[in-house]
Every structure is written in C-alpha cells, then in structure tokens.
Design a protein around this ligand. Structure first.
Ligand code: SAH
Ligand code: SF4
Length: 364
C-alpha cells in the first residue's frame, strides 16, 4: 500500500481523523492518478452515507440589492454599473410553483443582504405563502446574509428549514483582507451559532484560490466546519469580477482555471473525507470554469446541485462573478440536461424529496 492509500483508508474509515498537515497534503495533490484516488475515496464515502443520489434545490435569485461591500463580489453595494432589481411576492411564488412542477423538492431563496424590519416581514410573508403553496412539502433554504437572532427566529417559525451563510474564510486575518472593516467576522460566526440554536440545518463554506490564501488555510477551514458542527457545505473557486476591488486587475489564464478547478474539487473530497455525512453542494462556480464542473464535483464527493430558476432577464444583474453560466438557459432545459448528465455518472436525482442533511439530528 502506498502512503496515500493508507491515508485515504484511514480517512474513509474514521471521520475527523485527518490532521492539518495531512489535509494540506491532500488539497495540494496535482498528479492526475493521485487526484483520481482522492476523488474515488471521497466518492465511496459519499456512496456509503448518501447512496448514488443527488438532491436538487431550485435557486431563486430574489434580488441584487445589497448593503455589504465584499471586495470580491460583483453585486457589492459600490458597484454602480448595475441595475438593481428585487422580485415581488408574485414573481417569487410563480418561480416556486415552477420548482414544485419540476419536482425539485427543495428551494433556495438567495439575495444580497438587507437588514430591515420591512425585509424581515416581507420574507416572513413569502415563507408563509410558500408553505401554503407547497402544502408544507418543500425544503426551504434561505441565503440572505447576516441577520439578528429575532429575524432568524421569525423566518424559522414561518417555515424556513435551512440557512446558508458562508464564512468565506475561517482565518480572521484573511477575512479582514476580503472585506471592509465594517464587516465583522465575529458577527458572522455568531449568526451561524444562532442558526444552530434555532434548529436550522446550518450551511457554510468558503471560496478557494483566493489571493493570499494558503492550502493550510483551507485545511483549517475544513477543521472549522467540524467545530461549527455544520450540516451543509457550499464551497467553490473564487472567480474574479472586474468591477470589484479584488478582481479589477485579474484575468484568468487557462493555467489559473485548471488550478482553481483542481483545488475546488480536491477541497470537496477532503471535506467529504473529513466530515463524512454532511450535504455538500457542487456549486455553479465550478460550472463557470468547466462545462462539466458540477458533475465533476459530484464525482469528487458532493451530493447536492442547485439549478437556477431565476428568469433569464434578471440573470445578467446577478453576476457575483464573471462567466456565470446559464445566462440564457431556461429551467426546463436545465432539468433535462442535468438528468441526462447524471445518468451517465450512475447517479439518480431524488425527485420530490427535501434531501435533508444526514448529519442533521433532530435531538438537541
Ligand atoms: N448575500 C448573501 C448571499 C449571496 S452571495 C451572502 O453573502 O451570504 C453568495 C455567495 O457567493 C457568497 O457567500 C460568496 O462565497 C459567493 N461569491 C461572491 N462573489 C464571488 C466570486 N467573485 N467568486 C466566487 N464566489 C463568489
Ligand atoms: Fe452582498 Fe453577499 Fe455579495 Fe457580500 S457576497 S456583497 S453580502 S451579495
């Protein structure tokens, strides 16, 4: 047995067993055969805990108005070269009905961050209407940024089950380099703890290949996911956007694209091998780098996909990063293509199922 096989065997057998140097080593693998071994080991762990299944969430990008100014994000407050939009309740419910008709089983409502009494009440009423529309069958995930405990509580009571709030980097120094000083790392962590207390299924994650980020940072991120006892992970490559401070001078070369994709896939595998039973998304950012990026994510250990159902007219206004795919694809086409791609991988879609994280326990 090679040293790599021994390491992968240990990680597959015992969760949380990899050390930081071991995770760092796995994240940095570049030999195609070794990478294939890593992905295969992670995929086997995914099969053991989840089976050959993919859960879908229909993603509704509800609006691009944001009070934050994250240095990497295309819809940050200071980007004035953007028409701002905000879907009304009728449009959101129409898209929700579409998701029900497509049998996706779960929905994600995402937007820029707005903290206000009006926004809290608006989302609360949407949640109540979605509950009625779907007769309580849809899994409902929110991804609406940092909010107060009371707001999270109202949304939970109104029917939201899950919340996605990426930490972006669990290294506070790196976090501070990616955000203005008004953005507070500790508050973000507190939000994740509040969500846990309120019995949400809690999701977080990071971007990889950020300027100034090391492989060890990413290994520590994975360890941090365990410390926070997360149920869900959304991780993807950082992709520059020219109308942002971080991305204004960055243009991706083919070498950059390969490096980002390799690292993002290795990160999925390492997270699967360390945590075993969480839901891991094969994110759209992977698809931005490679047409089959999300499918490759599944083979590296992910088990969730989030097809975008946002109306095509709004998609150009929701470019968190450049080259965001599917700007011109409608939901029905996405669904058929996806099903075909997945069948070739031996994976089937869990139609009409919420696809809850196996890690989530109902007992406190
Ligand atoms: N406003 C909410 C949800 C929308 S942003 C929030 O911030 O939580 C959702 C995710 O998009 C962010 O967490 C971030 O990780 C990702 N994102 C933003 N800009 C990106 C970029 N340039 N490249 C890759 N991912 C990016
Ligand atoms: Fe706003 Fe989220 Fe983009 Fe930050 S990442 S600017 S909070 S939409």
């Amino acid at each position: 047995m090679t040293a790599l096989s021994t390491l992968l065997e240990k990680a597959s057998t015992t969760r949380y067993s990899l050390s930081i140097p071991e995770m760092t080593l796995l994240l940095g693998l570049s030999d195609p055969q070794e990478i294939a071994q890593l992905h295969a080991a992670a995929y086997a762990v995914k099969l053991r805990h989840i089976g050959p299944y993919v859960s879908l969430r229909g993603l509704i990008e509800m609006g691009n108005i944001c009070s934050k100014d994250c240095y990497y994000c295309g819809i940050r407050k200071s980007n004035t070269a953007l028409t701002r939009f905000s879907l009304d309740s009728e449009a959101i419910l129409r898209l929700t009905q579409q998701i029900i008709d497509l049998h996706y089983g779960s929905i994600v409502l995402q937007s820029g961050e707005i903290e206000s009494g009006k926004q809290t009440a608006f989302i609360e009423s949407i949640l109540q209407k979605i509950h009625i529309l779907s007769q309580g069958t849809l899994g409902i995930t929110l991804s609406l940024g940092e909010q107060s405990f009371e707001t999270f509580q109202r949304w939970r009571l109104a029917g939201a089950h899950r919340y996605l709030l990426r930490i972006e980097s669990s290294n506070p120094t790196l976090y501070a380099q990616l955000h203005p000083t008004s953005h507070n790392f500790q508050r973000r962590v507190q939000c994740l703890r509040d969500l846990r207390k309120l019995r949400y299924q809690v999701g977080s994650g990071v971007m990889c290949d950020l300027p100034g980020q090391t492989l060890e940072d990413l290994a520590r991120d994975v360890q941090w996911f365990h410390e926070l006892d997360l149920d869900m992970l959304g991780m993807g490559p950082y992709i520059p956007h020219h109308q942002t401070p971080l991305g204004q001078h960055l243009t991706l070369t083919p070498t950059d694209i390969t490096r980002k994709l390799t690292l993002a896939l290795n990160l999925i595998s390492v997270a699967r091998l360390y945590l075993h039973d969480v839901n891991i998304a094969a994110t759209t950012a992977l698809q931005a780098l490679d047409e089959m990026g999300r499918e490759r994510g599944l083979l590296a250990g992910a088990n969730v996909m989030m097809p975008n159902v946002t109306d095509i007219q709004y998609r150009p206004q929701y470019q968190l990063y450049e080259n965001k795919p599917n700007l011109d694809e409608n939901a029905e086409t996405s669904r058929t293509l996806l099903e075909q791609h997945l069948a070739t991988l031996g994976e089937s879609i869990l139609w009409d199922q919420q696809g809850n994280s196996p890690h989530y326990r109902t007992d406190p």
